[in-house]
Design a protein around this ligand. Sequence first.
Ligand code: HEC
Length: 162
Amino acid sequence: MTRAFNFMSIAALAMLAVSAERDAIGAEPATGAAQVQRGRYLVQITGCNDCHTAGYAQSGGKLPEKDWLTGDSIGWNGPWGTTYAINLRLFIKDMTAAQWLAVARTTTGRPPMPSPALQAMTDADLLSIYHFIRTLGPAGQPAPDYVPPGGQPVTPVVRFPN
Ligand code: HEC
């Protein structure tokens, strides 16, 4: 009995320590470990990191999670102008779950953002992704601004045929 109680006290203290650490970096506590894990899994299998995390694809997916989804300064240049995969950690920082769903449902993100993939996801999957990114917390700098067709990007770009 005493033993079980001690164990529970230790577990409670550990949880307090974890939440204090999260508060310190400005992240939110997980709304449910399973939901966050599902979000992590979806982000991995749908390739969000390939564009939204600098160096992720080149590293063979070996970058630590703390660097995930902080955006990239490599431009994607084509007839649509030059786009940059935004910093999703900052993008989502002040968004409610409802706002995130509305953005994902109506997004017309230009190429090569796979907007139709986001639009086709279920609410449950989109919310899992939301909670996973919120658990990571805000980090990094905003990606460069979109450059309209004819403009001169000042960063390296991947060129699509015009
Ligand atoms: C092939 C590269 C690529 C992949 C993969 C990718 N994105 Fe993007 N994403 C972009 C680019 C580039 C932009 C900026 C588009 C623009 O400026 O119009 C963007 C923009 C966005 C936006 C902002 C859209 C808006 O309406 O403002 C969201 C949200 C987003 N991406 C989420 C995701 C998520 C979640 C995933 C994984 C399911 C993902 N992206 C996968 C390249 C990508």
